[in-house]
Ligand binder design. Structure first.
Ligand SMILES: Cc1cc2nc3c(=O)[nH]c(=O)nc-3n(C[C@H](O)[C@H](O)[C@H](O)COP(=O)(O)O)c2cc1C
Length: 209
């Protein structure tokens, strides 16, 4: 698929992935799309770990699941559906989140998005230099028919997860993209209304463009 707007409209969180391998040239194409993104000062301090090692993925999945059991699961059980959703859709999202939690490590390939922060702590400013690359890679995966999801939950145990992945001092992970062939179909994204989140000139004044 090549129409950018159609790709954006159908780049959903694809959490149910087949374990079948993904051809290496596709992974390379996704990584190249990532490194087309801008970064602050064009410093390109992003680093990408292409992770297929089952034992390492499993070690991180244990942390990912612990975060679900302790925080995310209980939150889903008590929170209201987000904008553009409804109770039935939200229940399906919850089921998919639970599925990925159990099967995280079974995605054939992960792209772990890292940054060489040196002595600086990971921050909002630092993240702004890697998340454009993340979105480029999600769009590229979608364009190739591959499924993925932006995940950050492992960061609830960031130190342990980074150590399990063997990241050197000063390098931090900012996202894990589990990538594989989707079990389901790509549908349209469902978000809130533009009018609810866009203002004109003054905060609270509806945008009427
Ligand atoms: C910053 C960020 C962190 C996210 N972390 C996770 C995660 O750890 N696990 C997960 O299953 N989904 C994660 N998501 C995916 C969102 O839950 C997902 O985009 C949202 O449910 C909308 O899904 P949809 O695009 O299929 O409509 C994350 C998304 C963002 C933007």
């Amino acid at each position: 698929m090549h129409d950018l707007f159609e790709i954006m409209r159908t780049t959903r969180a694809m959490r149910r992935l087949k374990p079948d391998p993904v051809p290496e040239p596709m992974i390379r194409q996704i990584l190249e799309a990532g490194t087309c993104a801008p970064s602050g000062g064009n410093y390109q301090k992003w680093r990408f770990l292409v992770l297929k090692d089952p034992a390492v993925k499993q070690a991180v999945q244990v942390l990912y699941k612990r975060a679900y059991d302790e925080v995310i699961g209980p939150r889903y059980a008590t929170s209201a559906p987000p904008p553009g959703s409804d109770p039935a859709k939200y229940a399906r999202q919850h089921a998919a989140v639970e599925y990925l939690t159990e099967h995280f490590h079974e995605a054939p390939v992960w792209i772990v998005v890292c940054q060489d922060d040196g002595n600086a702590a990971p921050s909002r400013m630092a993240g702004a230099s890697v998340y454009p690359a993340v979105q480029n890679m999600l769009l590229a995966a979608r364009a190739l028919g591959l499924g993925s999801t932006l995940t950050t939950r492992h960061m609830m145990f960031a130190k342990e997860a980074d150590a399990a992945m063997g990241l050197p001092d000063g390098v931090h992970s900012y996202a894990i993209l589990p990538i594989g062939w989707p079990m389901g179909k790509f549908g349209p994204v469902g978000r809130g209304k533009l009018e609810d989140v866009v203002f004109a000139d003054r905060w609270g004044v509806p945008y009427a463009g």
